[in-house]
Design a protein around this ligand. Structure first.
Ligand code: MTE
Length: 330
């Protein structure tokens, strides 16, 4: 989100526009590929883009997931290439440019790792990441992720519903919201030197949102553990909300009775509300939210896609917001 550097209007970053020479080269490669003339020099490029469900990039430890039975958990859209999913990221703890997390997140130590569960629960405690990995069966969920900046991806995540953990810690009747607190360690995260956000990065959901089966506690993608830049070793993925609701590298889950603070709301309350549901009918104060650019389809003449209400998950989650004014409660 580059509005802090770029007050005024939203325009694509140079890195978001494919240079014409690269575009022409890609067209040539595609023609060659179609004609059956793929040489070994092209195998890397073509292989990466062809990588889809079922195939592993082979870069990190395997973490397979069974196909999920949760309604809406598997979009039929083509997954975004692994290379794009892991190099075009928002993880401000490692820098604000899209390429920064992939460059800088190598310093993140993901073992040992614990997640503290506290607040309005009968069974608070500290969960070791190894025990979290075994808490429930791993599933593969192919979700669209739509960033508030106007781009989207399709990612084969691996994990299980957050509700699996919530059920086990037995929330009390006072638990109305869940806050997710992520790691803030200056020694590992160069981005904390910047005051672009208040650290730690915090996010929150209403209890019924967190309990919805589509709300995912994710430990992996593309059949392997999460790359650091995507929020290792554990992150949230809430597919019907803008990407920033999906906190990365979670260290604490807190059950509370009042609507908790969230980082983006604190930084710019008029631009980022608590709910942050994907809603093409509510413009961001400085740009439209009606369309989106799919990462990987960013040739010069690539058409933008219309953004769908609740990012296309309306059938599954629409009833959570029945009777709410989603223009006011954005
Ligand atoms: N979590 C933390 N801790 N820090 C961040 O800066 N950025 C958010 C979200 N989670 C962010 C975060 C935003 S704005 C988006 S769009 C998604 O992560 C991006 O996830 P991805 O890089 O895996 O696509």
């Amino acid at each position: 989100m580059h509005f802090f550097k770029d007050r005024g209007f939203a325009h694509p970053l140079p890195s978001e526009v494919t240079p014409p020479a690269v575009y022409a080269q890609r067209r040539a490669l595609l023609r060659q590929w179609a004609a059956g003339g793929v040489g070994t020099a092209l195998a890397g490029w073509a292989g990466r883009d062809a990588l889809a469900q079922g195939s592993r990039p082979g870069k990190l430890a395997p973490l397979p997931g069974a196909r999920s039975a949760v309604a809406g958990a598997t979009t039929m859209e083509k997954p975004t290439a692994y290379a794009d999913v892991t190099t075009y990221n928002n993880f401000y703890e490692f820098g604000t440019d899209k390429a920064d997390p992939a460059k800088n997140a190598g310093s993140l130590k993901t073992r040992p790792w614990t997640v503290v569960v506290e607040g309005e629960v009968r069974k608070p405690g500290t969960y070791d990441i190894e025990s979290l990995l075994k808490l429930a069966p791993m599933e593969e969920r192919i979700y669209r992720l739509r960033c508030v900046e106007g781009w989207s991806m399709v990612v084969p995540w691996v994990g299980y519903s957050v509700s699996e953990l919530i059920k086990r810690v037995e929330p009390t009747g006072n638990a109305r919201f869940v806050q997710f607190v992520t790691l803030a360690d200056r020694a590992q995260m160069p981005g904390l030197r910047s005051s672009v956000l208040q650290w730690p990065y915090v996010e929150g959901l209403r209890m019924d949102e967190a309990m919805h089966p589509l709300s995912l506690l994710s430990f992996g993608l593309y059949g392997e553990v999460l790359p650091n830049q995507n929020g290792a070793p554990v992150r949230l993925v809430v597919p019907w909300k803008y990407g920033f609701k999906s906190g990365k590298s979670i260290v604490k889950i807190r059950f509370v009775d009042k609507q908790p603070k969230t980082s983006w709301e604190e930084a710019a309350p008029s631009e980022y509300g608590f709910y942050s549901n994907v809603n093409p009918g509510v413009d961001h104060p400085r740009w439209s939210q009606a369309t989106e650019r799919r990462i990987g389809e960013d040739g010069l003449f690539a058409k933008k896609r219309p953004t769908l209400m609740f990012n296309g998950y309306e059938a599954q989650v629409g009833q959570l917001y029945a009777g709410m004014d989603l223009k006011k409660l954005f």
